[in-house]
Design a protein around this ligand. Structure first.
Ligand SMILES: O=C(O)CCC(=O)C(=O)O
Ligand SMILES: [Fe+2]
Length: 406
């Protein structure tokens, strides 16, 4: 039973390293500007809104296990509801002072919090220690895979120190006893609207689409003028050592219509470059490129071990293409220093272990499609069960396989 004065728990190694990496891949390819300064977030409804609903699948078993733990630990007689699920990253400069999680009139429905750490204090970021104002333990140093759970009321006033380097990443959930705040019901209704026309056997479109390009400009108050700051997708691609290039014929950058929004341009088809080379395959938009490059980062060591037969289309960049590339960079990374401060990784050594090569990158493009296709099928079958039960849960894999076969 929980200590009634400060009901809280820490569970070590709750999530495997692999699932933490998968959630990092999802966040780094789908996040938008967050609700606090220097914070970025990925919500499940945002995944649905950007045609990436299949990416909610990895969250399903985790939400289920966390809810069970919360019900058991906090001795709930009735079932709890997940009120919110989101990936949240904190970059340099982000922090939060003493607060309880239900401290606003519109947050009163929050009864319990679960914060899962997806990376590690001291290794992936500096600063960012979690403190409870009273009781034990006074401090939690985030460790990949660990979870801290606490009641959202004033018995668990807490704070997070300012991040001073790297990026601190969490999966954060809140639970409510009040069924009218059930996130599942809202997500199922949204999914039904978006997915109804898709069939399990038909061709899938898992290519990401933008909800609103304004959500990707940092800082958000500059998203109307684009005078300073940067596009967060562009910055993440650049942080991994790539550049972007628009095929000249279609979207001539010099003819760009700024009144339409600078970031709108990034929703046009484009190509990827690295150093002095152009990868001669078209991506539908920047979100597509971002998912593939983040997928490659996640899977690089696996992909480099396997043999690749495919023919790889890589061309040397011409002088005029290089100039175009730099022009784009100046437009989308107005403040390159700020982008580097927020997104540069402390764990550079990991990249050195997996030197880049186009053959394994090409294999990543194919592997990413297979990954999305598999999750997409699972999602569509699960949705029929979720609709029946008005609840999001893991449908047994035997049921899913049976329905894919028939
Ligand atoms: O990330 C954490 O450790 C806690 C964050 C927090 O307190 C909040 O989001 O309310
Ligand atoms: Fe909090």
């Amino acid at each position: 039973m929980a200590n009634p004065e400060h009901p809280r728990f820490i569970i070590s190694n709750f999530l495997s390293l692999d699932i933490c990496k998968e959630l990092e891949f999802i966040h780094k390819s789908c996040s938008t500007v967050g609700y606090r300064q220097n914070v970025f977030s990925t919500t499940l409804s945002h995944l649905i809104a950007t045609n990436s609903a299949h990416l909610i699948m990895p969250f399903v078993p985790i939400r289920e296990r966390l809810k069970e733990q919360a019900e058991e630990f906090f001795g709930c007689e009735f079932e709890l509801f997940v009120e919110f699920t989101g990936l949240i990253s904190w970059s340099r400069g982000a922090s939060i002072g003493w607060h309880s999680d239900d401290n606003r009139p519109y947050l009163k429905q929050r009864d319990f919090a679960a914060v899962c750490y997806l990376n590690t204090y001291g290794e992936d970021f500096k600063g960012g220690l979690f403190h409870f104002q009273d009781g034990e333990p006074p401090t939690v140093a985030p460790m990949v895979g660990d979870v801290v759970m606490y009641t959202a009321d004033s018995r668990n006033i807490h704070s997070v120190d300012e991040i001073t380097d790297g990026e601190r990443l969490t999966l954060t959930l809140w639970f409510s006893r009040d069924g009218s705040h059930d996130e599942d019901a809202k997500l199922i209704s949204f999914l039904s609207q978006r997915q109804l026309h898709l069939s399990v056997h038909g061709p899938h479109s898992f290519l990401p689409l933008s909800a609103s390009s304004k959500m990707y400009w940092f800082p958000p108050e500059q998203a109307l003028s684009y005078e300073s700051g940067f596009d967060i997708c562009f910055a993440r691609i650049q942080a991994l050592g790539y550049g972007l290039y628009f095929p000249q014929d279609k979207n001539c950058f010099s003819a760009l219509d700024l009144s339409n929004g600078l970031s709108e341009t990034l929703m046009e088809p484009l190509r990827l470059t690295r150093k002095v080379e152009l990868f001669d395959e078209e991506f539908v938009n920047i979100l597509h490129v971002l998912q593939v490059v983040q997928f490659y980062s996640w899977k690089a060591s696996e992909l480099q071990k396997s043999e690749h037969e495919e023919k790889i289309n890589v061309l040397p960049l011409t002088q005029s293409q290089r100039e175009e590339l730099n022009r784009l960079k100046r437009a989308f990374l107005k403040d390159e220093q700020l982008a580097e401060t927020l997104f540069s990784s402390m764990a550079v050594d990991r990249c050195k272990q997996n030197p880049f090569n186009w053959a394994s990158f090409s294999a990543a493009v194919t592997a990413w499609e297979a990954y999305c296709d598999k999750l997409g099928k699972e999602m569509l079958i699960s949705l029929t069960h979720w609709r029946t039960h008005q609840s999001i849960f893991s449908v047994p894999s035997s049921d899913i396989e049976e329905e894919i076969e028939t």
